[in-house]
Design a protein around this ligand. Structure first.
Ligand SMILES: NC(=O)c1ccc[n+]([C@@H]2O[C@H](COP(=O)([O-])OP(=O)(O)OC[C@H]3O[C@@H](n4cnc5c(N)ncnc54)[C@H](OP(=O)(O)O)[C@@H]3O)[C@@H](O)[C@H]2O)c1
Length: 213
């Protein structure tokens, strides 16, 4: 939790072995439940966007959604290119790229078409980013990412709520791969007690668990 920042919830689809990829999540239910928080900002990581870039660019969207949240993408290394496609996807009102001061080798990523916020030296300072989003009026930020960004937020104590949509399957990933795919990333999660805020089981065996941090 940041001192002055918004409420931050991560909502993630996981397998029983805690993976975020390697299985087929129920996307429709995932986004239906995601509406629970009425987020002002969707926060995501560059790798999550890169995984969807070919599909985004192949399917031109309807344009910005005036009522939609802001999309904030952590991308200190200027790897994301599909800024225009993201803005036009029809989900978000606008898009902002979160950068670090040094970053790494800036590329020709079409960044001229996106607003940038510079926060942190080598990497984006996630606490400062949440504060900056709060100062722009964000009250709720929903994190939509794989384990890398979620893990960094968790280890920095910046999450208020963890929402897991647990699917009745095992991803089958092994070794390093299984570590990389975990919803809290590669580092150890901090030791802390969570309080249960909700539990709901659906007929198809999917279970929705909500915890306050
Ligand atoms: N199951 C689900 O609900 C779900 C949801 C979303 C995505 N996914 C899947 O997850 C996969 C992508 O996840 P991922 O874990 O590879 O990547 P990710 O969660 O998108 O995280 C990568 C981003 O986190 C940033 N980051 C990492 N550590 C940081 C730190 N300490 N400080 C600041 N920024 C930090 C990186 O910054 P840099 O810019 O500096 O590299 C990068 O932008 C995709 O396959 C996607 O489809 C699954």
């Amino acid at each position: 939790m940041s001192a002055f920042g918004p409420y931050v919830v991560v909502h993630v689809a996981v397998s029983v072995d805690g993976a975020t990829t390697g299985f087929a999540p129920d996307i429709g239910r995932f986004y239906e439940l995601a509406r629970t928080w009425h987020e002002d900002v969707t926060l995501t990581g560059a790798d999550t966007i890169l995984a969807q870039e070919p599909a985004l660019e192949a399917q031109p969207g309807p344009g910005p959604s005036d009522d939609g949240p802001l999309l904030a993408v952590v991308d200190s290394r200027h790897r994301v290119r599909a800024w225009r496609a993201l803005r036009d996807a029809g989900y978000w009102s606008s898009v902002v790229a979160l950068r670090s001061r040094l970053g790494w080798a800036r590329g020709d990523d079409g960044a001229a078409s996106v607003e940038e916020l510079v926060l942190g030296d080598d990497r984006v300072d996630l606490g400062a980013a949440l504060d900056a989003l709060g100062k722009r009026g964000a009250k709720v930020v929903r994190v939509d990412s794989g384990g890398t960004l979620t893990g960094a937020l968790l280890r920095s104590g910046l999450l208020d709520e963890i929402s897991l949509l647990v699917h009745p399957c095992l991803s089958g990933s092994r070794g390093v791969e299984s570590v990389e795919r975990r919803w809290y990333g590669t580092g150890p999660p901090p030791s802390s007690t969570l309080s249960l805020a909700g539990a709901e089981a659906f007929d198809d065996g999917v279970v929705w668990l909500r915890y306050r941090c």
